[in-house]
Design a protein around this ligand. Sequence first.
Ligand SMILES: NC(=O)C1=CN([C@@H]2O[C@H](COP(=O)(O)OP(=O)(O)OC[C@H]3O[C@@H](n4cnc5c(N)ncnc54)[C@H](OP(=O)(O)O)[C@@H]3O)[C@@H](O)[C@H]2O)C=CC1
Ligand SMILES: CC(C)(CO)C(=O)C(=O)O
Length: 344
Amino acid sequence: MPDPIVIWGSGAIGGTIGAYLRRAGRDVLFVDVVPEHVRAIAAGRLRIDGPVDQFTTGGPAATPEAMTGQHKLIILAVKAHHTAAATRALVPFLAEDGAVVSCQNGLNELVIAEIAGRARTIGAFVNFGADYQEPGRITFGVRGAVVVGELDGRTTPRVRDLHETLKLFEPDAVLSDNIFGYLWGKVGYGGILKSSALTNDTIAEFIADPRRRPMIVALVQEILSIAAAERVSPLGFNGFDPAAFMRDDRAAMDASLAALVSYNSGTGKPRSGIWRDLAVRKRQTDVTAQLAPVQAAARRHGIRTPYVDRLVALIQAVEDGRREIGAALADELGGLITLPEERA
Ligand SMILES: NC(=O)C1=CN([C@@H]2O[C@H](COP(=O)(O)OP(=O)(O)OC[C@H]3O[C@@H](n4cnc5c(N)ncnc54)[C@H](OP(=O)(O)O)[C@@H]3O)[C@@H](O)[C@H]2O)C=CC1
Ligand SMILES: CC(C)(CO)C(=O)C(=O)O
């Protein structure tokens, strides 16, 4: 039997990618910790719905406990706070010459490389939007950038193969020699997405609101200054233009934000996954886990991160039930006054 592509975490992102690969005739093994979801996929009842596409597929599926074998390619698509545990669980099933590919938000490649080894880690960046609705049903809300690249930027046969494979899902998928540029680009744009989750606004409404503009600019610039200190050149996608923020070019930033409003308008995923975890699924988000390596990098470079720190604290307050989502939270982030302990 051919070695299947293993999707580890078969929710919104993993389930959508896996469904397309399966429909294209590839061998796929779906892995997830939700037994009802695994059963639905194994019974051929993985439904992709929404404005982008509608089809039903399925195939071999297992919980991590039922895994066997050694596999060459494992696509990891769990939330960032589950990355370390999931990577430790998948390593016994990863071939010596295999690779884990992180289709996630954040800098998870750093965590994966620590556990699976740098040579067995390939980077990826995804900006399409999808929502896990219930076992066996995922809404594919909007197409978005998909990029893959080796961590050291080389074009290896395995990353070329992976690029061809991902093109079965996203025909415009990019093979990059600067995957960390895309990942940091998404961390910058992710600052906007995360702060929008403090409110019930759609992403488009939030970005279009002039009251949010100074905060958005300050937060994105704060994040991208850390990327620059890390000697990474952040790259743009789907309307986000990190160079505009890094140059502090007012007209170019306005153009980028207008493009983001346009990209996020009228899609089948109007709000972020973070908002959905807080408001719909009522569960912990992965904001703290996504931003911890960003804060750590800032500390290494002596960069203060008042906006990022306050954003994390506000999201945690909602997670803990101490605060409710609403405009007041975004006002609080936007009205940020540098506290004495945050200075110097
Ligand atoms: N959804 C989106 O539109 C986008 C998401 N992303 C990123 O993609 C990544 C995946 O997000 P998304 O697909 O939305 O998340 P989902 O919660 O929809 O899917 C993740 C799935 O993995 C399961 N899981 C958790 N821990 C493990 C484990 N140890 N082993 C196997 N499965 C596990 C989850 O179960 P359980 O729910 O019980 O935890 C869930 O079913 C995140 O980093 C996210 O930020 C990036 C771009 C867009
Ligand atoms: C909004 C989206 C889908 C990017 O387009 C995203 O990355 C998220 O929900 O976390």
